[in-house]
Write a protein that binds this ligand. Sequence first.
Ligand SMILES: *[C@@H]1O[C@H](CO)[C@@H](O)[C@H](O)[C@H]1NC(C)=O
Ligand SMILES: *[C@@H]1O[C@H](CO)[C@@H](O)[C@H](O)[C@H]1NC(C)=O
Ligand SMILES: *[C@@H]1O[C@H](CO)[C@@H](O)[C@H](O)[C@H]1NC(C)=O
Ligand SMILES: *[C@@H]1O[C@H](CO)[C@@H](O)[C@H](O)[C@H]1NC(C)=O
Length: 464
Amino acid sequence: MSFFHLLLSLAISIALVSAFSPADHHLIDCGTTASTVLDHDHRPFTGDGSSTTLSSTKSLSLKNSNPDPNLSPIYHTARVFTKPSHYKFKIQEKGTHLVRIHFYKFDFMNIGTTCHDQFHVSANGYVLLHNYSVSKGNPRIKDFLITADEDELVIRFIPVDQTSFAFVNAIEVISAPKDLIDNFKYVSFDHNMRYAYESVYRVSVGGVKVTPFNDSLWRNWVPDDEFLKLGDGSVESYKKIHFDGRINYRVGGASREVGPDNMYNSARLIFGVNDSVPKVNMTWVFPVKKGFSYIVRLHFCDIASISIGLIYFNVYINGNLVYENLDLSTLTNYMLASPFYADFVVDSEKFSDVIRVDIGPSKSSMPHAVDGMLNGVEIWKMSNSMSSLDGEVCVGQLESKSQSGGQMSRLLSLTAAVCLLAIAFLVMRRKAVAKGLAGWSRVPVDVSEIDLKSSYPKSAGVSV
Ligand SMILES: *[C@@H]1O[C@H](CO)[C@@H](O)[C@H](O)[C@H]1NC(C)=O
Ligand SMILES: *[C@@H]1O[C@H](CO)[C@@H](O)[C@H](O)[C@H]1NC(C)=O
Ligand SMILES: *[C@@H]1O[C@H](CO)[C@@H](O)[C@H](O)[C@H]1NC(C)=O
Ligand SMILES: *[C@@H]1O[C@H](CO)[C@@H](O)[C@H](O)[C@H]1NC(C)=O
């Protein structure tokens, strides 16, 4: 490697470390003409009343007359649609975007009593929500990854029929950091197919809730307690740990956009307190909807060992050994408190309607050492062959169903035919996918900061 080459890779490495600044960054507060509304994290949202992004023949803007002061101001207003409507966002940089849609139902008094919210949401040809309605209570945030190949991203809201309406409180469209989803191309079943993803779980293990304020991608991470399965009641073997030191983000390792400090600095662990390695697993169970495939990302960061080279454990997903003898020290280039993540694909069709994660000691685990650890879990639902994340339905069906008239019928039957084909394909694909364990490992591409001669994978994955 020439000196110039080395400098160049260092420069690239430094660029990779710098703060995340997305090319596309649209924050829309729906149902207001205000030019700027600051949310609780001081992010400036623009009212949709004055913007050209909104296109609707029939919409109402509603304001909550008695807003909860603890709720972010973006939930104080809403836009209600009684006819199909859409928002069109200009895209500067084609590629994957984070699309976050906020719903909060306050008293929608002036819509009438016969109407209820029941609607579909689509974006650039993907069904995001089908037959959706929002229950009262806390705001609901729906989090998607959508690829925009054109220079616009169109989000449609479609009431299911004449008696229903659609609504939305706020929308975020943000360019996704490349390294967040780098791996997804390796974990796809079909490389010709482009998937949309919905984030269904984002969990900080052993920690407290992480709010958008403490996350560079403005995400929420919830504590793991409700997913943790307490087998024999030996809570002691699922010890929570919190770390006050600095998380060592490495070039070539997970970045802050992959996982924030506040997620990596807490974990649960299995610790051998006497002269034998405990014979236990830590187990988490996540309910999922059948008929979809999921990407499971497990986050690890050794914030508990007193020295490197002491931590080894096994990882199982739905009972399959997906990572044998995971050696966190080697994977993080012999650095403590340095993050590592691994991605796995789960075809839920083959299993029950849960995804189960077990962490347990391996053959190299040692007494008086950490014999299992987990810091975070993320689960993404992948769109099916009908490009839907919610039900076996095509975007074409949703958009034509809500319209009427003779001219539509030919188009309708054509759409139906295309959808039938897609359903047939879906069934065939499911059969094809019902195969055994197909492993792959990520090819290390990044040059390590410490040792330029050798590089380490920042992540690895396997199909389950
Ligand atoms: C949509 O929801 C309604 C009531 O919630 C239900 O009756 C209807 O069957 C659903 N339609 C589909 C296609 O799931
Ligand atoms: C952000 O993180 C810090 C340190 O962990 C914590 O003290 C603070 O409460 C967090 N803030 C929010 C708004 O969650
Ligand atoms: C270690 O502790 C476990 C549970 O606390 C116990 O079952 C086991 O017998 C102990 N082993 C030794 C060698 O003391
Ligand atoms: C841990 O979980 C795996 C997979 O479910 C299982 O094969 C193994 O027997 C479990 N180990 C213990 C000690 O329960």
